[in-house]
Design a protein around this ligand. Structure first.
Ligand code: URA
Length: 408
């Protein structure tokens, strides 16, 4: 049976619900080995899955753990997810914006994957911030202040945790049906009424092309239909990093700047406005143009920032304790010209080398290190101008400027 299933997918044939269930639950129970599961995942990666197969896999994922129910909490709960990128701190900005407008936000976030950072790692740079909340704490907090930012509860889609860990080390992450079922199972199991997905493409994203991002987006909407959840998507460019900062503490500080109304943040401010607009439009069931006005107002009148501070305080974080390394290295331009490109993936790799992410499972993240871009695409530079500042622990570091900046 095990080999028949692998062979069937290797030949590009459609698997039944029963076969998918047998295989994935068999893996969870320890009956199917890592190498057998890896073979099937690779066959899925290469030959894809039909919509029916993806729906089956999503259901099997959801059924592997708890299904949270927040229907007793008043208001439409809108959740947001990003497929992952470099410098993506949008959750820290849009969750308080949306909550400040009276829409309950229960945001369960993840840690970094590969070169992409995770919101939970970032928020942990606020000393004391509690990220492992139980369902009862989450419920109480939403009722008290209308916003929660926490790691996923232990039993939320446990199958995704083990499959994701295996995908991460077998080059089987970038499969559209596997990404769709992984994301949508978590969103549905976490009790969201409506879902917004920021689908990223480009060098710093899991999917490299806009076409793939569109395909993923339409598949996730179809899964949403099966479960009666409205799903909206924004397809966004991750060829360049989001904002100017990459790291952990440094990204929290950048998020706070945007909440204070700082628009000069590369593409970050505008993407946050777009994402928050979709969430508010879904949460209040109003047209986007009305939602956008409310979103901008909540930044301009300080309510979004106030909500962020309330969130941090409620979860016992000490915002004043955020620490960015005071040891810096300035990376300077070696030529005159205009910045044509900034490679997000290379910046992700550099952030990882600085210690802002994990290379191995047991590595410790240094929240104080990071990168701040001083120049952006389109800026003209002169020889000797600072292109970026690195906040480091060690002075010695090899940086190949040409891998990151294309200056012509
Ligand atoms: N994010 C997820 O949660 N799962 C994936 O498979 C990819 C990105």
């Amino acid at each position: 049976m095990i080999l028949d299933i692998i062979n069937k997918k290797r030949l590009g044939k459609e698997l039944s619900y029963k076969e998918i269930d047998y295989f994935f639950n068999g893996y969870l129970d320890g009956q199917i080995t890592d190498y057998q599961m890896s073979s099937l995942l690779m066959a899925i990666c290469i030959n894809g899955m039909t919509d029916e197969e993806t729906f089956s896999l999503t259901k099997i994922f959801i059924d592997s753990g708890d299904i949270l129910d927040f229907s007793d909490i008043e208001g439409i709960k809108v959740d947001k997810h990003s497929t992952g990128g470099i410098g993506d701190k949008t959750t820290l900005i849009i969750a308080p914006i949306v909550a400040s407008l009276g829409i309950p936000v229960i945001k369960m976030s993840g840690r970094g994957l590969g070169y992409t950072g995770g919101t939970i790692d970032k928020i942990e740079s606020i000393p004391g911030f509690k990220i492992n909340l139980k369902e009862s704490d989450i419920r109480q907090q939403v009722m008290d202040i209308g916003i929660v930012l926490t790691g996923q509860t232990k039993d939320l889609v446990p199958m995704d945790k083990v499959i994701y860990a295996l995908r991460d080390v077998t080059a089987t992450v970038s499969s559209i049906p596997l990404i769709a079922s992984s994301i949508m199972s978590k969103k549905i199991a976490s009790g969201a009424d409506k879902i917004l997905i920021d689908v990223k493409y480009g060098s710093g994203a899991l999917l490299k092309t806009k076409e793939e991002a569109k395909e993923l987006s339409s598949l996730m909407k179809k899964i949403g239909e099966v479960y009666g959840r409205e799903v909206r998507t924004i397809i966004s460019d991750m060829n360049v990093p989001l904002g100017r900062c990459i790291g952990n503490a440094i990204e929290v500080e950048e998020a706070i700047e945007v909440l204070k109304g700082k628009e000069d943040s590369n593409n970050l401010y505008s993407l946050c406005i777009d994402l928050a607009t979709e969430m508010v439009s879904m949460g209040k069931e109003i047209p986007n143009e009305d939602a956008k006005k409310l979103v901008i107002e909540s930044i301009d009148n300080g309510k979004a920032l106030k909500k962020f501070k309330e969130l941090v305080e409620y979860q016992k974080g000490n915002i004043k304790g955020i620490k960015i390394s005071d040891k810096t290295i300035s990376i300077k331009s070696e030529e005159n010209g205009e910045i044509k490109k900034i490679n997000a993936l290379e910046l992700g790799k550099l952030a990882l080398a600085l210690g802002a992410g994990k290379l191995k499972k047991n590595d410790r993240i240094d929240h104080s290190v990071g990168i701040k871009l001083n120049k952006l695409v389109g800026d003209s530079v002169k020889k000797g101008d600072i292109l970026m500042t690195l906040y480091v622990k060690n002075d010695t570091l090899d940086v190949n400027i040409d891998d990151i900046f294309t200056i012509e």
